[in-house]
Ligand binder design. Structure first.
Ligand SMILES: [Zn+2]
Length: 330
């Protein structure tokens, strides 16, 4: 069986000179988390992860995204009868992305603001488009780049230097460079007509639930798409704090902020209404403020940077952060 930590992510540069980064530090991080969950912690949940400090991230003087604007490209067939790749599945993704801007979860990234680069913790939603398969059912890294390029060049999505363009594939789509065997998603960037475009691939865990989803019974009753949402959160956090790949925040082992906490879900898990594990949720309201429905999510943790009273910087894995009190939940 493939260890989940090996399935994490990579960053590559497609439009210009291709190069592949892979993080090697995730195994160590996960091992600590598993030990902690088994040995120390008595709270319920899956893959709680460490509460002790983790090795620090360092800033490498490159750009950060102050407030990312998310664009979605639904690739493949999202109108299937498999109970995964359908309109309800798409709405799970939209609802999460509409909720995380300004949330205690995405505020974790604001702890990596620097003097001249303020990360607001907000997220804008820029729009979405569909590509039913212009590059076929077997994608390569190059073809993922082409999907993004086509969406912008065709005018379906605007060209936005603060954008993060997500290629979200249906479960009948392969990413031959290693989706399900080497990674579950990756983020990258490239220059298109003079604009630095940040984008991410997130594959459909319906192809490999055991590899790319944390649980088979999931809060919104769609384990594949619920798993996808956690990977989207991971890649969006990394695209915000290291948009050009190894020029922003990463550690001595070249792990980015979300890599360091990947596949751990923290100490504040609870059971969603259907019994699945969750660690955050929101009420969804109609235009008049009336309650429509509630959704829960199980989202992997992310690195928070805390400055101690003596000025030391200490890093932890967290599920939420309060930038006012500078406190976090592990
Ligand atoms: Zn990552």
């Amino acid at each position: 069986m493939i260890h989940k930590a090996e399935l994490e992510q990579k960053a590559l540069n497609l439009f210009s000179s291709p190069k592949i980064f892979r993080s090697r530090s995730l195994l160590a991080a996960l091992a600590i988390g598993v030990l902690s969950a088994v040995g120390v912690n008595a709270q319920p949940g899956i893959r709680l992860g460490a509460i002790t400090p983790i090795s620090p991230l360092y800033y490498h003087k490159g750009p950060l995204i102050s407030t990312p604007t998310v664009y979605l490209i639904w690739y493949g067939n999202w109108q299937q009868t498999n109970r995964i790749d359908n309109a309800d599945g798409q709405q799970i993704v939209r609802d999460f992305l509409n909720a995380i801007g300004g949330s205690p979860y995405f505020a974790i990234n604001s702890s990596l603001s620097t003097g001249s680069n303020v990360i607001t913790g907000n997220v804008a939603f820029g729009g979405e488009t569909t590509d039913t398969g212009s590059q076929g059912k077997i994608l390569t890294d190059l073809k993922v780049g082409r999907v993004v390029t086509n969406a912008i060049v065709s005018g379906a999505l605007p060209s936005d230097p603060s954008g993060v363009y997500f290629v979200l594939t249906s479960s009948d789509i392969v990413e031959a460079s290693g989706f399900c065997t080497r990674f579950c998603g990756f983020h990258s960037h490239g220059v298109l007509s003079g604009t630095n475009i940040k984008y991410a691939f997130v594959g459909n865990p319906g192809r490999c639930l055991r590899g790319c989803a944390p649980q088979v019974l999931s809060p919104n009753g769609n384990a594949a798409v619920d798993g996808m949402v956690s990977i989207i959160a991971h890649e969006l956090s990394e695209a915000t704090t290291d948009p050009d790949g190894r020029t922003g925040w990463y550690d001595l082992r070249h792990s980015e902020n979300a890599d360091k906490c990947a596949w751990t879900y923290g100490r504040h898990q609870y059971r969603a209404a259907n019994g699945a594990w969750a660690n955050m949720g929101w009420d969804y309201l109609d235009g008049n403020g009336a309650f429509l429905y509630h959704r829960d999510f199980l989202i992997q943790r992310n690195t928070v940077r805390v400055i101690t009273k003596t000025g030391m910087q200490v890093n932890y894995c967290a599920t939420s952060y309060d930038p006012v009190t500078k406190t976090y939940l592990p």
